[in-house]
Design a protein around this ligand. Structure first.
Ligand SMILES: [Zn+2]
Length: 244
């Protein structure tokens, strides 16, 4: 998970914004858990406005799931589940792009502690303040902080973010970056192939940048290689600036 910057509603056409406003006014009268919620949402998804919402999220978030950072996410998720909170079901700020696995794991649950939602919203909360990463195993670790630990632990468990395949993919991604950084340090001068591959792997549309942000910004076993590579190839700082 990594901090995301939600675009403003200005990316939507005027007709899409109007459609959402009208749909929300009607939804304000829906009872929680009522059949009308699912029916109206499915209806909206098929309309031009619904397709526009999806495509604008796909552009803004490079098709990545807001929670697990897998690419090719297909679902619009309601941060506050529409079944529990129809008053937010067509609100732009309550919508996120999400993969089917996270959407299923999230389900209709939504818990609070001291009136604060336990689930992190990466467009509102900075995951780097809640999580650390094990750079060998790809495991996400809840930060040991009494104010944040509950939300971190809850989010990891609810979304199953330490599912083994996800951990392995994050570890693999990190390993490939460390390998390329080590080549930058070793080669005199850096070969064009190394440079091109590294730049491609660090693009904002690549998956699992959360663990890479940790690699570049926090103390960890690979920092000597990271620091040497950045000193030798300052372009790295330009490539990672968009998500660091
Ligand atoms: Zn996901």
């Amino acid at each position: 998970m990594i901090r995301l910057h939600r675009p403003s509603t200005a990316v939507l056409s005027q007709s899409a914004r109007k459609d959402m406003g009208t749909a929300q006014t009607a939804a304000n009268g829906y009872p929680r858990g009522g059949a009308e919620i699912e029916r109206q949402w499915n209806n909206f998804r098929r309309r031009k406005a619904g397709q526009e919402v999806w495509s604008q999220f796909a552009i803004a978030f490079s098709t990545k799931c807001a929670f697990c950072e897998r690419v090719n996410a297909k679902t619009i998720d309601h941060y506050r589940p529409k079944e529990r909170c129809p008053k937010k079901m067509f609100r732009w700020n309550n919508l996120l792009l999400c993969c089917s696995d996270c959407n299923r794991a999230k389900g209709h649950q939504f818990h609070f502690r001291n009136k604060t939602p336990l689930l992190l919203d990466p467009t509102q909360d900075d995951p780097a303040e809640f999580f650390g990463w094990n750079v060998s195993t790809g495991t996400i670790i809840a930060i040991a902080n009494p104010d944040r630990e509950h939300r971190a632990t809850h989010t990891l468990a609810q979304l199953e973010l330490n599912d083994q395949p996800l951990q392995d993919e994050r570890a693999e991604k990190l390993k490939s970056i460390v390998y390329l950084l080590a080549r930058v340090v070793r080669e005199q001068p850096t070969e064009p192939d190394t440079r091109e591959r590294l730049q491609a792997e660090l693009r904002p549309d690549r998956p699992y940048l959360g663990i890479l942000r940790f690699l570049f910004a926090q103390p960890n076993a690979y920092r000597p290689i990271v620091d040497d590579a950045r000193a030798k190839l300052p372009d790295i700082d330009t490539w990672i600036a968009a998500w660091l």
